[in-house]
Design a protein around this ligand. Structure first.
Ligand SMILES: CC(C)(COP(=O)(O)OP(=O)(O)OC[C@H]1O[C@@H](n2cnc3c(N)ncnc32)[C@H](O)[C@@H]1OP(=O)(O)O)[C@@H](O)C(=O)NCCC(=O)NCCS
Length: 158
């Protein structure tokens, strides 16, 4: 299968934080941001695989700052590495205060998606070709993360 450069999967998604997204403190619910992360990651994964994919796992979430209602949530995603039928997608979430223009890094996450064939079975994905220094680093680090996450999955399956 012919490889594709990471840049072909790069995706951007943004959404304004609305009052309906709020928790009891008046900030955005963590689950809302997690939903946006899943969407943004799926966009990059589908751009790469060009077929249906499902979320197999999401690595840990660490929220570095609250997101305020009225802020713009900006998500940047791309495929870090393809294994065989699965691929790791990285998402970086930034929040922009539209009154001041201040941009803060809210969280980053790594998600694994599995591509499915027409019968719903896992099917191979084209390799991804990292080109830039950052892409090469993410590709290498994705291999280390995979070992840890598959060990966690195996522990849960017991
Ligand atoms: C993800 C899923 C397709 C894996 O199916 P499976 O029968 O376990 O398939 P396999 O064991 O053959 O694994 C297929 C690939 O998924 C990877 N994988 C499976 N579980 C994983 C996990 N928890 N984390 C990371 N990768 C995982 C395997 O490493 C393998 O990747 P590779 O081919 O690149 O080496 C299946 O568990 C599933 O459908 N889960 C539900 C997905 C879903 O509905 N998500 C939305 C939840 S609401």
């Amino acid at each position: 299968m012919e490889g594709k450069p990471v840049r072909e999967s790069v995706s951007e998604y943004c959404e304004l934080a609305l009052p309906t997204d709020a928790n009891g403190l008046g900030n955005v619910l963590g689950g809302k941001v997690m939903h946006l992360v899943d969407l943004a990651a799926a966009m990059a994964g589908m751009r790469h695989a060009r077929r249906p994919i499902v979320t197999a796992s999401v690595d840990s979430f660490h929220f570095l700052h609250p997101v305020h209602i009225g802020d713009l949530v900006l998500l940047h995603s791309s495929v870090n590495r393809v294994f065989r039928t699965s691929m790791e997608v990285g998402v970086k979430v930034m929040t922009e205060n539209l009154m001041t223009g201040l941009l803060v890094h809210t969280c980053s996450a790594y998600l694994t998606f599995v591509a499915l064939d027409s019968e719903g079975k896992a099917t191979p994905v084209p390799p991804v070709i990292p080109e830039t220094e950052d892409e090469i680093r993410r590709f290498r680090e994705a291999g280390e993360r995979r070992e840890y996450r598959l060990a966690m999955r195996n522990r849960l399956r017991r």
